[in-house]
Design a protein around this ligand. Structure first.
Ligand code: ARG
Length: 461
């Protein structure tokens, strides 16, 4: 048990207490960020002449050596240290002697851990944004190839009006676009450096906080030292954004599961993204989509857990905050994995265009347009609605679609029908006439696709 704070204590820590308190099993994840932060801190201490240039150089060399040795496997991070900060400092002192004891001058583990977690999370925000960009690119290419792939649009999971696959996927494009914008906002708000806040009240050393912030590519230092060591809002915001991403992925998964079912058969998930059954040889299950739907709960759990942890904590640092890590890391991993897998599943999925189109035809998705056709011939809308209602009943009885009836049959329902009705209620017409911004008509969709492309081209601005 290697501790940094033995001086005031007369007894050894109980073993269970030690284990309960220790965080090295999970905070070793930000080992690199811990070194990065220490390098910036020590460069600043040197620049401010709080330590000598020689001491600064020795510490830098020592820290870089530790990083190399851990990365090449010759130095193991073990649980004989309480946390990753203790591991690095103890190893530094072993390596370079007394100069190593000066690393922690003007710093506390409270601002150190706040910095490490922020650096690590900042990287994750960028990674998630990149994964979303890739997913958006996949969705957009499916949209471009399916402007004329007709399918039913649903309300209440009942066939409603015809749309296209491009339009349906366009809805998800919008959702994930907002998700990526949310991450962009979070990044801008969180990118301030807590280093130099000390335990809670700053320090008496002449630290240059602007300099460390600049070295670590933050916009600047945080402005209140008590807030700096006890703010975890940015994690809550990120977990909330991840929860929304998972909610979107889960809805998408749910649709794919329905579309892949034996009843719908709109899509076929590639073998590489499906699994079989140990007993039923005919089965090809959409397990990946189901797992994504299922894992959503885990990410929500991390958000609710951290909100609950934070709600009763007085200023400034309290050990409760160590609980900001494990579930959060799990949420990062889960969301990234899900984004990656859904992307791969979509890119390899087969769309059964004929089945989708037939489903749109047989589902009376053109009933509204049929009513509008009668309105165009002078029938008041309420009467037209009722005529088409009777027509639908007739079709259900005959197991037919509206367009498959002969003109004579149509005329028995209403004499207003003419030959031009077939063209007016074809799926092509129903869709292509819907041209308001955001509607599925091809011309309207082309304009939206151009805007979405623009969005992707300027993604990092
Ligand atoms: N492991 C701790 C955490 O994750 C590091 C900070 C420890 N600070 C302290 N005053 N005990 O929060």
């Amino acid at each position: 048990m290697a501790q940094l704070w033995g001086g005031r204590f007369t007894k050894e820590t109980d073993k269970l207490v030690y284990q309960f308190n220790a965080s090295i099993s999970f905070d070793q994840r930000f080992f690199k960020q811990d070194i990065e932060g220490s390098l910036a801190h020590v460069r600043m201490l040197g620049k401010q002449q709080i330590i000598t240039t020689k001491e600064m150089e020795d510490i830098i060399e020592g820290l870089q050596g530790i990083q190399q040795d851990v990365e090449n496997g010759s130095l193991q991070i073990t649980d004989e240290y309480e946390d990753i900060h203790s591991f690095v400092e103890a190893n530094l002192i072993d390596r370079i002697g007394d100069a190593g004891k000066k690393l922690h001058t003007g710093r506390s583990r409270n601002d150190q851990v706040a910095l490490d977690m922020r650096l690590y999370t900042r990287g994750e925000v960028l990674e998630v944004r990149e994964l979303i960009k890739h997913l958006l690119t996949t969705i957009l290419s499916i949209m471009e190839q399916n402007l004329d792939t007709y399918m039913p649009g649903f309300t209440h999971l009942q066939k409603a009006q015809p749309v296209t696959l491009a339009h349906h996927f366009g809805a998800y494009f919008e959702m994930f676009k907002r998700d990526s914008q949310r991450l962009h906002d979070i990044y801008k708000r969180m990118n301030y450096c807590p280093l130099g806040a000390g335990a809670l009240a700053g320090t008496t050393y002449p630290l240059d906080r602007d300099y460390t912030a600049e070295l670590l590519q933050f916009y600047g230092p945080t402005l209140n030292s008590m807030d700096s060591v006890s703010d975890r809002d940015y994690l809550i915001e990120f977990l909330s954004a991840l929860s929304t991403i998972m909610m979107h992925l889960s809805r998408f998964s749910e649709e794919i599961i329905i579309w892949n079912s034996n009843e719908y058969r709109f899509v076929e998930i590639d073998d590489a993204f499906s699994t079989g059954s140990s007993i039923m040889p005919q089965k090809k299950n959409p397990d990946i989509a189901e797992l994504v739907r299922g894992k959503t709960g885990r990410v929500y759990g991390a958000l609710v857990s951290l909100l609950t942890t934070m709600k009763g904590i007085p200023l400034a640092y309290n050990k409760d905050m160590q609980e900001d890590k494990e579930l959060t890391f799990d949420a990062f991993d889960t969301a990234k994995g899900c984004l990656h897998l859904i992307d791969g599943m979509l890119a390899t999925m087969k769309f059964r265009k004929e089945v989708m189109e037939k489903s749109a035809m047989m589902g009376f998705t053109n009933a509204t347009d049929a009513a509008d056709y009668l309105v165009g011939k002078g029938v008041p809308f309420r009467d037209a609605h009722s005529i088409i209602g009777r027509l639908v009943l007739y079709c259900i009885d005959k197991n037919s679609s509206i367009d498959a009836l002969s003109l004579d049959e149509l005329k028995t329902i209403s004499p207003v029908f003419e030959q031009d009705v077939y063209d007016a209620i074809s799926l092509e017409t129903c869709v292509s006439k819907r041209l308001t911004v955001g509607a599925p008509g091809q011309e309207a969709m082309q304009k939206v696709i151009a805007l979405e492309k623009d969005f992707l081209a300027n993604y990092d601005k």
